[in-house]
Structure formats: C-alpha cells, structure tokens
Design a protein around this ligand. Sequence first.
Ligand code: MN
Length: 228
Amino acid sequence: MTSYCFPATDQATLPIAGSPDLFPVRRIFCVGRNYEAHAAEMGNTVDRAAPFYFTKSAHALLQSGQDMPYPQGTRDLHHEIELVVAIGKSVGLENPPPEEVEIFGYAVGLDMTRRDLQAAAKDGRKPWDTGKDFENSAIIGPITPAVDTLLDAASIRLDVNGETRQSAPLTDMVHSVPEIIAHLSTLYRLRSGDLIMTGTPAGVGAVVAGDTLIGSIDGLEGVRTKVV
Ligand code: MN
C-alpha cells in the first residue's frame, strides 16, 4: 500500500447523462481559432492547414451548476462557449491511429479566459498559460454518450443573463472533430479520459460577478454557472 506525504489530489470527474457512472478526466486539450468569425473578432486569421492547441489542467475543471468565483489576477474575464469531445476507451496500442480513437461522448463547455493576461502574453510572444489555465477555467456540463450524426445539424449558443451572446452552427468549425482527432493524434497519444475543447464561435466578451451563463448545444446536456 502506497502512502503519500500528503493526501493525493482527488480525481477530477464529470457526470454522464443517463448513467450513475462518472467520467474520470485526464487531460484537457483546447483548440484555438476554430471559427473564422471568432478569429476575425480577435484580429487573427484561421490556419486551414492545421489546428493549434493549448491545454488546461484537469484541476481547472468546474462542474456545471457550480458558482465560478471571479478569478484573481484579471480585470477582463471572458466567456468562450465550446463543444467538448470526451475520449473513450484506449485501444491498447502504443500510438493508436486516429480512426481507432473512440469518442465516448460530447459535452458543452466554457473556456473561461483571463483575456487581459492572454493579450499581454500574445504581445510579449509568451505562452498563454496564465490567461487560459487557472482554477475553475474549464466549466463543463455532463457528458452525453456519443450518438452517430447527433451533432450534424446542431447549433451552439451562450446566453448571459438571458441575452444571447454567442450563437453558431457547429458546421462553422474550421477543423471538424475527426480532423482535430487525426491531427492531435500526430502529437499526443490520446487516452481514455482526455477532453478536447474545440474552439469558440464569435461573440466572446466580458462577464462580471452576478452574471449567469447558460450554454447549450442541440441534443446535449447544457452548461450553467454564475460568476460570484
Ligand atoms: Mn477557446
């Protein structure tokens, strides 16, 4: 029996719609600039040749329905509503080909961003970590088990205090879910429990304490939080 010098961190988990089981979260990959209109609003263009990524720690996870304390270190907290892909069973190979990576299900997530810190990092040609990977910055709803074609005609939407801020068809994604999995598999061994946040449509903006955020994608359980 292993003993630790202090209690080990609890396993981060997400609920699964229609199941008593929990989904144990391993890594959180995030795709940047995957909607043309969002790239444009940030003064960027999309790279159609390949997606790019940043990551969040599993302990950045906040379950839907919980309040998000306004984070330290920022005066410009932004919302980004995103489709989240949950990777299922590992196939047992050293480096599984992308077609053997099983999608367990999908969820709706908020990539909360300290935009002022991210902007300063961009200006200084520094990494984005402090702008993106911080406590409670990955707010994700329950995982809905994958159903073929479920998302083909779906739209993604975020309402803040009842007003729609972001809305787009998922077909606006520059790189599709299969394309992202294929490309990411050239860089990492995707494994059970990995999550991929697939980028946000246009309309990102600031939230303040007291704001209620409700995100949805047709056919999936939604995500909800209140900034406090
Ligand atoms: Mn994002």
